[in-house]
Design a protein around this ligand. Structure first.
Ligand SMILES: NC(=O)c1ccc[n+]([C@@H]2O[C@H](COP(=O)([O-])OP(=O)(O)OC[C@H]3O[C@@H](n4cnc5c(N)ncnc54)[C@H](O)[C@@H]3O)[C@@H](O)[C@H]2O)c1
Length: 387
């Protein structure tokens, strides 16, 4: 196998984990240049036995070291638009972390660019698309086994340490992360759109900050076994010292209702400080029902008129990072795409539409009104026609 020359813009925890997974599944790779003022992922990369490669002061200087077989963008979300554009301008294949971009204006501008003259491929790290359990969910829906999809409910509930990390890391500020839902569950809304087979028509949402607030600064910070809580050692780039007393301006819990254009209805509930963690999709069709438990990596399916035991598939492979082997699966998909031209499981346009869906949900939450999404999709479609 050839050795892939990789350029990195933003060597944080995520890109380090993805590079480690690529190595683990058999990529031969070399980081031939990287830019990051304080690479949070350096130790993870070193632990995986991968050299960080020469570092440069700007993305332009890294890109000048080309040709690269892949440029990987893992900067905080507000920088994705700039860095993806620079890497595409340089003409190299790009892997960019989700959310693809942070704002509606950036989404329209990128959609416009991507529909113009063909450029290098752009792969988005919507890693759940590569998970065997998620592929099976999509296959079951597509097979018609569930009949017509009628309604969905879904959750993503994080434990206190994870929530406390989000409250201290750059994700706590909308200017960097976008929003709690945009950063955390654009994955899920990408899949919901795929399951529904339509775009959202109307959205409503309620949410706020009632957990990581200064008023709760005196709340217990000790686990019941005596271990200290909320003590992530390194909150990373622009990190804050304390989860309860920072300048956080995104929500720490949020609910959303979505009606898709084809009348599929969805409710969603996210909380970042729970005693019972959960990431679960409940998909109800006219003929059957499916529950995907993404934390335990288990799928359960039964026909509506069946009195037999439900079919249960346990995908196993649970890992401490809760990714359950998804990174390795995505690393294989990426290699198959670069090496053999195999289609990657998600397109940049699906990434843009997932992002726009979540942005509409956040807009509805801010306004306190139900939002009609049609004007947003009209702007998006117009952007793709512009050349
Ligand atoms: N697909 C997934 O499951 C998943 C999981 C985690 C994170 N992510 C995404 O990956 C991206 C990075 O997240 P992370 O958790 O690695 O964050 P991180 O804080 O660990 O890493 C971000 C890195 O970007 C660097 N950086 C900041 N400004 C920069 C600049 N101007 N130029 C170059 N580097 C710069 C920081 O120094 C840091 O090392 C985000 O977009 C995030 O949403 C995706």
């Amino acid at each position: 196998m050839k050795t892939y020359r990789i350029g990195v813009i933003g060597l944080g925890q995520r890109i380090a984990h993805v590079l480690a997974a690529m190595r683990e599944v058999g990529w031969s790779l070399k980081v031939a240049g990287q830019v990051d003022p304080a690479p949070v992922g350096a130790q993870i990369l070193a632990a995986a036995g991968i050299a960080g490669g020469p570092s440069f002061a700007t993305p332009a200087e890294v890109l000048a070291q080309g040709p690269f077989d892949l440029v990987m963008v893992g900067t905080p979300n507000h920088l994705h638009f700039e860095h993806i554009n620079l890497a595409l301008d340089a003409g190299f294949p790009v892997f960019a972390e989700k959310p693809i971009v942070r704002t509606q204006a950036e989404s329209l501008a990128l959609a416009s660019r991507l529909t113009q003259a063909a450029g290098p491929p752009l792969y988005i790290g919507l890693v759940m698309r590569s998970m065997p359990i998620v592929r099976e969910v999509i296959a079951r829906v597509d097979s018609g086994e569930l009949g017509e999809i009628v309604s969905i409910d879904a959750t993503e509930h994080l434990g206190p340490e994870h929530g406390g990390y989000l409250a201290r890391n750059w994700r706590r500020r909308a200017q960097w992360g976008g929003s709690y839902l945009l950063d955390k569950v654009c994955h899920d809304f990408d899949i919901f759109g795929r399951i529904a087979g339509a775009r959202p028509a109307k959205v409503a949402s309620f949410g706020g900050r009632r957990i990581f607030t200064a008023e709760r600064a005196a709340a217990s910070r000790t686990w019941d076994d005596g271990e200290p809580a909320y003590v992530v050692p390194d909150p990373g780039w622009m990190g804050a010292n304390d989860a309860f007393q920072s300048d956080m301006d995104v929500t720490d819990h949020q609910t959303a209702m979505v009606e898709y254009e084809n009348r599929v209805r969805l409710s969603f509930h996210a909380n970042s400080h729970v005693g019972l963690t959960e990431r679960r999709w409940y998909v109800a069709g006219t003929e059957g029902t499916l529950i995907a438990d993404l934390v335990r990596n288990r799928l359960m399916v039964r026909r509506a008129l069946s009195r037999q035991k439900p079919e249960r598939i346990d995908y196993g492979g649970r890992t401490a990072d809760a990714h359950n082997g998804a990174d390795q699966a995505m690393a294989r998909d990426l290699l198959a795409s670069l090496q053999d031209g195999a289609p990657f499981p998600v397109t940049p346009f699906e990434g843009l539409e997932a992002g726009l869906t979540v942005m509409a949900i956040d807009e509805a939450m801010t306004s306190g009104e139900m939002l009609d999404c049609r004007p947003m999709w009209a702007r998006y479609d117009a952007a793709m026609k512009r050349s």
